[in-house]
Unconditional design. Sequence first.
Length: 328
Amino acid sequence: HQALPNRFPPPLSVSPAADPAVISPQDPTLLIGSSLVATCTVSPDFPLKAEDLYWTLNGRRLPAASYAALGPSTLSVALARLNGSRQQSGDNLVCHSRDGGILAGSCLYVGLPPEKPVNITCWSKNMKDLTCKWAPGTEGETFLHTNYTLKYKRRWYGQDNTCQEYHTAGTYSCHIPKDLALFTPYEIWVEASNRLGVAVSDVVMLDILDVVTTDPPSDVHVSRVGDLEDQLSVRWSSPPALKDFLFQAKWCHLLLLQVVDDVGNQTSCRLAGLRPGTVYFVQVRCNPFSIYGSKKAGIWSDWSNPTAASTPRSGTPGGPCGQGRGEK
């Protein structure tokens, strides 16, 4: 049999539509104070000439005096002494056609390299984790997105580890929730990086046992002392987490209005010299000083929630203990 002719021609090859124009350089990164000459070149597929174009920066039309025609379809713009980018995602430099249409865009990243992070401080809540915070440097503002990475490792051996949980105690902070060893020093540092460079902090060395803090003391109770009009009795319990360890809170502070007393290694005390018929709010905090023989000063816990009680009025017999809990 004779082969039948193909009734349908083969499909045509269609090239994708060309971009209307191209900006050069595309998405440059520059130091503050730099100058830039950018060009917008229209594709031959579009019937536009250099005189049909104009430029905007962050939506503001740039003056024609800064333009120069570099060819029939290429228009340049000169930007001098650039300030830091208004947004970390870059400033928008856009080439338009005369009718306002967008032909091409570029992001300008104008800023500073990061500074060396400083003032690294760390603390461990109940010896189960580690949180560190730092400052970004003397100036801090780079006008560019700057990434901070906290790294740590055991001294003398072990590989570098990278902290994963950021912003847990503020903008410049990171939390390491587990897998930390006791009785061994750690090296800790912070690396800052952006499009213009990298800066590394000094290395801080610490032992987890030297930076332990606890939960606030629990079960704080304040009560009257019989009919003594100038005294109150305060008692509390050690933070619950401490019961699992071989140490106790060595020192506690008592906050009474603006008076702070060091009550040592106790879980109760008596307040004297108070005003009769007055409501007092009491808070307690503790410091696990000298854990396993550590010589460091220790880190204070947060204050407990305020607990209130009133002294008897002058000349009236003492009644049942007046107790209550208040909130900040």
